[in-house]
Write a new protein. Structure first.
Length: 319
């Protein structure tokens, strides 16, 4: 009886430990790092170049993606941020912003929430430096000073959704259950030691292979948690409510990273593979002679029947 009881406890402890292991990828909420005081400091903290040393192919793929220049964009994003400030934030009576000097991280967060989530680790000076850099870049273009424009463009592009944004900062979604990402750990699908000097451990991020991971930035609709909700991408909403709700079962990663063969070069219609995956187009045509009326007599007409079926897991285009 006693033995059975002990065995029972041991089994229970084993089960508890297993559960603990399965959910201990993250850890307690770490102390925030000191705020980055310049663009250079923030870029350095999230620099992807040192990962290239060992993950060269992935780095090369990532460089082609818009994630690698998520503030610059196509380059439509940086100018649109300025428009949002000039034609929005500065005109709103309660934003507290009349001049560029009044801008804070909170103001830029209406875009940076998804375009540069790590901005919450920087001082308000960095928010103002970003705006000044984008404006300087636009001015350099107007002045025809291409050298200066290129240099500033590089600075803007140094702020991006790099390796450690996805593999650390936003890697774990349910932090109360799975823990908070730790500064010494890189999160993916394996566990163990990691060869990098700073990120010495590798741990599992339970949802990094799931659509919800991409959904963090790819939008459900208005960002209601902000004092002034913005709305940009809404594609994750469309994925959930139109695609999954109608029986779609593939994940973002399956279509964009695996089936496309593009890996970390996540793309849209700019890429041939994505174009092929996007639509089934069926065109049927026939020609007939049609007796229209007495005056015009018999006229040749063509009937063309075009049907398009969207095979993407969401509306296209988005936004
Ligand atoms: C000195 C070499 C080296 C450097 C530098 C390095 N890694 Fe790694 N990394 C590895 C090796 C080796 C593995 C394990 C095998 C594999 O998956 O390729 C690995 C594994 C990983 C994994 C887990 C893959 C999985 O299967 O889940 C991620 C994520 C990762 N590295 C990201 C990074 C990031 C981000 C950086 C830059 C901050 C980085 N690595 C820098 C060598 C390195
Ligand atoms: C909910 C997250 C989110 C917020 C908040 C957000 N964006 Fe976006 N934005 C995205 C994503 C994701 C894309 C790309 C995918 C797409 O269009 O579906 C995008 C695309 C864009 C594009 C087109 C991309 C290009 O390179 O041409 C522009 C421009 C843009 N955003 C500007 C802004 C501005 C300005 C703000 C703030 C006023 C903002 N966004 C706020 C997530 C967001
Ligand atoms: C936009 C988010 C995002 C960015 C940015 C990103 N990754 Fe990943 N990475 C993922 C996802 C998602 C997976 C696949 C996870 C799965 O399906 O299990 C992955 C997988 C990996 C893997 C393991 C699988 C493989 O393909 O070998 C490594 C290693 C890795 N990433 C390294 C990097 C490095 C290095 C960078 C920067 C150059 C980077 N990642 C940038 C999201 C990202
Ligand atoms: C940290 C936020 C974030 C995460 C996580 C993220 N993305 Fe993005 N993604 C963006 C932003 C922001 C852009 C647009 C950048 C720009 O052009 O300004 C973008 C652009 C893209 C584009 C290109 C859109 C275009 O118009 O060409 C694709 C495709 C994409 N993401 C797919 C994914 C997939 C798949 C995942 C998950 C594996 C993912 N993203 C995870 C923020 C994110
Ligand atoms: C069934 C496959 C499939 C799934 C699932 C899927 N996508 Fe796509 N996605 C595509 C194809 C194909 C395109 C290219 C069509 C186009 O851009 O016109 C595309 C385009 C995009 C674009 C560019 C949209 C634009 O405005 O042009 C973004 C961003 C994107 N996907 C992100 C995601 C994210 C995030 C998820 C998961 C929530 C996801 N996709 C799920 C196939 C898929």
């Amino acid at each position: 009886m006693k033995r059975a009881f002990i065995a029972g406890i041991a089994a229970f402890a084993g089960a508890a430990l297993m559960a603990f292991n399965a959910y201990s990828e993250g850890g307690p909420k770490p102390e925030p790092l000191p705020k980055a005081k310049t663009i250079a400091e923030l870029a350095e903290r999230y620099d992807s170049e040192r990962c290239a040393e060992c993950h060269e192919d992935i780095y090369d793929e990532w460089q082609y993606s818009l994630h690698s220049h998520s503030i610059l964009g196509s380059p439509r994003t940086a100018p649109t941020i300025i428009t949002a400030i000039e034609n929005g934030i500065k005109l709103f009576p309660y934003s507290g912003v009349k001049n560029d000097e009044d801008l804070t991280v909170e103001h830029l967060m209406i875009c940076a929430k998804c375009h540069l989530p790590q901005l919450d680790e920087a001082t308000d000076d960095v928010a103002r430096e970003i705006v000044a850099t984008i404006k300087g870049w636009q001015q350099a273009y107007r002045d025809g000073d291409t050298d200066k424009a290129e240099k500033l463009e590089e600075t803007i592009a140094s702020l991006n959704i790099g390796c450690t944004v996805c593999h650390q900062k936003v890697a774990i979604i349910h932090k109360w259950a799975d823990g908070y990402p730790q500064y010494d750990t890189v999160y993916g699908s394996s566990e163990g030691d990691h060869e990098d000097e700073e990120l010495v451990k590798m741990a599992e991020a339970p949802a990094i292979g799931e659509s919800i991971f991409c959904g963090q930035c790819h939008g459900l609709g208005p960002n209601f948690e902000l004092d002034h909700p913005s709305q940009c991408a809404t594609l994750y909403g469309s994925y959930l409510f139109a695609y999954v709700a109608h029986g779609g079962s593939e994940t973002c990663q399956e279509c964009h990273m695996e089936k496309s063969g593009l890996g970390h070069d996540m793309q849209s219609y700019k890429d041939e593979a994505m174009i092929d995956m996007a639509l089934d187009v069926k065109v049927e045509g026939r020609s007939i002679f049609w007796r229209k009326n007495k005056a015009e007599g018999v006229v040749p007409i063509g009937i063309i029947d075009v049907s398009m079926y969207n095979k993407a897991g969401h509306v296209i285009p988005d936004g």
